[in-house]
Design a protein around this ligand. Structure first.
Ligand code: ATP
Ligand code: MG
Length: 533
């Protein structure tokens, strides 16, 4: 008899104490039951996401324990908000997070493919195929998939780049103004491209206009901030204003020690007050002498200095937070400085167009200061129109996906067709290769090919068309070497796609991680649960 972890306590012979390795409440699942358990949990998860998939995907409303809600179509957002308990689902969540971090788009595709690969695996396992044979077959299929993607990838150009942005925005809240947003995403990235090492979503700030409609959205070649403009006589509509960005306060430093100053005469008091105002003047003068016409500060500003600056015609905005300071510095080319006295001309940046507007509509009186038309911005801003907070959040999530996808396309320069075209071509290539596979791994390759077809099937299903018909039609067109990719269009029909492009990396990495996750689940032979479930 071999020792086991749980069950009857075992003794190594007469009179010896039994060996107890784990507590009584531990439950151990072994054999095919393990995979069944893991696979059904993953299926529940991928089935949950399926209805949100593609241009005709619906949204989920997420209602959290703290009472807040979000309406979203974004796979990453749904995954992030779900309080997942099951270990198999947790593995999928980890995969979704990896895809979101690496690519920012394609999360739903990766989840669905992983679910499909596992479902296909389950059928073969129940017929007695060894899990490792499946793993081998899946690995071979992935190699064939990579070769197919090498062959099918096309180079990016200006028109296709807009296609990448549009494809990422399709089916999301931002789609309503896709003709405004897609060029905006491209323009934002190309505006910063020459001024940063690698243009990416981190160089694009988002600003909620808080009124109007989606079509009022526009690109600001600089930044927008909401703050109080403290003086009415501050200048407005500045052109090519030299800009100083200060990290701290604009005031004289407080004594650090608790000093008590005894003033015994009126002259002494005058002297003390004069010394203080001389130091303030020195600070103000230093800022005026720097030539700055716009000052942005992270801290507070002394009233007297504020007046001096206003008199000198310098627009000064204080109390900015760190990210606003960084964005302002990046947009104008300024350096964030801490010591006002040491300010130098080379620390200043240039703001192309500065405009501020009084706003009294909200309960806090906050004005809007816009810095636009910067010449060499390393940060630009997408200003999003619309009044609804939850809707704007969803638009921003869509734009974020589009920014990530478009920047990856710019960076790596290769694209693959969406709409299920690439996945159907992979299925075709793997199926063809499986015919010359003599061993049982052939079954696994066929399963892999069927799993790839979930993409066109779900796209057709969500558009109200028959998924089976779509799969069969896709099998026929995937065999052809046509110059224009063919896939499932928005209306669910199979045909030529126009402008449905993804960066190669998003499709490839999504597929790789879903195959990896499926394979790692298949390698598990026992589930040992301390909670007894
Ligand atoms: N105009 C279009 N015609 C056909 N298919 C499209 C079109 N636009 C997008 N698609 C397809 O829709 C799918 C993307 O859907 P969706 O954006 O919901 O999922 P995802 O990108 O995998 O995940 P997420 O965006 O939630 O991270 C891709 O297969 C894509 O090619
Ligand atoms: Mg997407």
């Amino acid at each position: 008899m071999t020792p086991s972890l749980v069950g009857e306590p075992m003794s190594e012979g007469e009179g010896k104490p039994p060996v107890v390795v784990v507590s009584d409440s531990t439950n151990i699942t072994s054999g095919t039951e393990v995979q069944e358990k893991l696979i059904s949990a993953s299926r529940v998860f991928s089935d949950l996401l399926k209805p949100t998939y593609g241009p005709r995907g619906l949204d989920k409303m997420l209602y959290k324990t703290d009472g807040s809600t979000a309406v979203t179509n974004d796979g990453a957002k749904i995954v992030a908000e779900l309080m997942v308990k099951h270990p198999a689902a947790k593995m999928m969540v980890a995969m979704g997070n990896t895809q979101e971090e690496a690519c920012g788009d394609g999360v739903t595709t990766a989840m669905m493919l992983c679910g499909a690969l596992l479902e296909e695996a389950n059928n073969l396992l129940s017929k007695g195929l060894h899990p490792l044979t499946l793993v081998d077959g899946y690995r071979t299929s992935m190699e064939i998939a990579s070769q197919l993607m090498d062959a099918d990838a096309v180079d990016v150009d200006d028109v296709r780049l807009i296609g990448v942005a549009e494809t990422a925005l399709t089916g999301k809240g931002a789609e309503a103004a896709i003709d405004v947003f897609a060029p905006m995403v491209r323009d934002a990235l190309t505006a910063v491209e020459a001024n940063v090492e690698q243009a990416g979503a981190e160089h694009i700030a988002m600003y909620k206009i808080g009124r109007g409609g989606l079509r009022d959205s526009h690109l600001i070649r600089g930044i927008a901030i909401r703050r109080r403009v403290q003086m009415d006589n501050f200048p407005n509509n500045l052109k090519n204003a030299k800009t100083a960005v200060l990290g701290g306060d604009i005031k004289i430093r407080k004594m650090t020690r608790d000093a008590e100053i005894q003033i015994t005469s009126a002259e002494q008091l005058d002297g003390f007050v004069e010394a203080e105002s001389a130091r303030k003047q020195e600070l103000a003068q230093s800022l005026i002498d720097s030539g700055a016409k716009l000052i942005l500060a992270g801290g507070e500003i002394d009233r007297d200095i504020l007046h001096d600056l206003a008199d000198a015609g310098i627009l000064t905005v204080s109390d900015l937070d760190e990210s606003e300071l960084d964005n302002a510095a990046a947009a104008t080319g300024a350096t964030v400085i801490d010591s006002i006295i040491d300010i130098e001309a080379s620390d200043l940046g240039v703001a192309g167009n500065v405009h501020w507007e009084r706003r009294q509509s909200t309960d806090q009186v906050e004005d809007v200061i816009t810095i636009d038309d910067c010449k060499t911005p390393a940060t630009v801003t997408l200003a999003i129109g619309g009044a609804g907070e939850a809707a704007t959040e969803e638009v921003i999530r869509g734009l974020h996906d589009a920014l990530r996808a478009t920047s990856i396309a710019l960076e790596e320069g290769q694209l693959l067709a969406g709409g299920g075209a690439t996945h159907a071509r992979i299925a075709n290539a793997v199926r063809k290769a499986s015919e010359s596979e003599p061993g049982r791994a052939r079954l696994a390759m066929e399963a892999f090919a069927r799993a790839m077809e979930t993409v066109p099937a779900t796209l057709a299903d969500n558009s109200g068309k028959d998924p089976l018909d779509a799969v069969l039609e896709m099998r026929a067109v995937a065999r052809e070497e046509s110059p224009t990719p063919q896939g499932v269009r928005v209306d669910g029909e199979v045909g030529e796609l126009s402008g449905v492009w993804h960066p190669r990396a998003i499709i490839e990495e999504g597929l790789e991680s879903s195959v990896e996750t499926a394979m790692s689940m298949l390698r598990i032979d026992q589930v040992i649960s301390a909670r007894g479930d």
